[in-house]
Design a protein around this ligand. Structure first.
Ligand code: IPE
Ligand code: IPE
Ligand code: MG
Length: 246
């Protein structure tokens, strides 16, 4: 079992992104409804946030609801939205105590009013905090993010604020919803699925990927530390050869 101590001394990613997957299968294995799978996933969120903070990770992005997830049965979508509101209500004090700042990425204006308002209020309340940043990806997809960036960038070119010749990677990244946030160096996906499911397409260009069969409701602090330990053994070459990496 990997503990916090075993990752001390090694490099810790500044930003970790997580695709929280497997709630439905966890529930099915127990003969429970999918919604109960989601409810039991909340403890994994708490532990991941705690573990990230203990490890010294500054940014944690959690994929909580994708643009494609609107295609799920309406009862499941509405249960997920209620769970979001309930969890915000319950956890606000803890976030404040730990100095955690909340940000969101994704089109939250399309969420039901209750969820949207709870998120906006929590974002505002936690904006004074100086501890780790928790980023919730909601109604998010990577293609949406790149498309909305292109649309806003084109608008700025048309209005003369931006010169076409000044568009480079850094400029483009400034239009993404993750503007100002360093790219994740590690992406974790639970439940054994090995795909991106339209998560942070641009931002994960050079991330290390870590896939674990553990289902999200079973994900605990030690699983997070295990992922960090695995990351510490990767050689990040960025196109160079191994002799160039000290
Ligand atoms: C992840 O678990 C939660 C969300 C996508 C909101 P799933 O609900 O996708 O669980 P599986 O993949 O059906 O097991
Ligand atoms: C990805 O999980 C989205 C979230 C975790 C919010 P899904 O379970 O929706 O992805 P697919 O459908 O297996 O690709
Ligand atoms: Mg899934």
């Amino acid at each position: 079992m990997i503990s916090k101590e075993s990752i001390q001394g090694g490099p810790v990613p500044k930003h970790v992104a997580v695709i929280m997957d497997g709630n439905g299968r966890w529930a099915r294995q127990r003969g429970l409804s999918r919604v109960l799978g989601h409810r039991n996933g909340v403890q994994a969120v708490r532990e991941t946030l705690e573990a990230a903070s203990e490890a010294g990770v500054s940014y944690l992005t959690l994929y909580a609801f994708s643009t494609e997830n609107w295609n799920r049965p309406a009862e499941e979508v509405s249960a997920l939205m209620s769970l979001l509101v309930q969890t915000i209500d319950k956890e606000t004090d803890t976030l404040m105590q730990h100095g955690i700042r909340l940000l969101t990425v994704g089109g939250i204006e399309a969420l039901p009013a209750e969820a949207r308002n709870a998120l906006i209020a929590l974002r505002e309340k936690t904006s004074v905090n100086t501890g780790p940043t928790l980023i919730l990806a909601l109604n998010y997809s990577g293609k949406w993010d790149i498309t909305q960036a292109a649309r806003r960038l084109a608008g700025d070119v048309r209005s003369g604020v931006l010169d076409v010749a000044d568009i480079d990677e850094q400029c483009f990244a400034g239009y993404l919803s993750t503007q100002g946030i360093p790219d994740p160096e590690l992406m974790i996906r639970t439940s054994g699925e090995c795909r991106l499911s339209n998560f942070l397409l641009w931002q994960l260009a050079y991330a290390e990927f870590y896939f674990t069969p553990v289902l999200w409701p079973d994900f605990r602090k030690e699983h997070f530390f295990e992922a960090i330990a695995d990351f510490q053994h990767r050689e990040r070459r960025f196109g160079r050869i191994d002799a160039q990496i000290s």
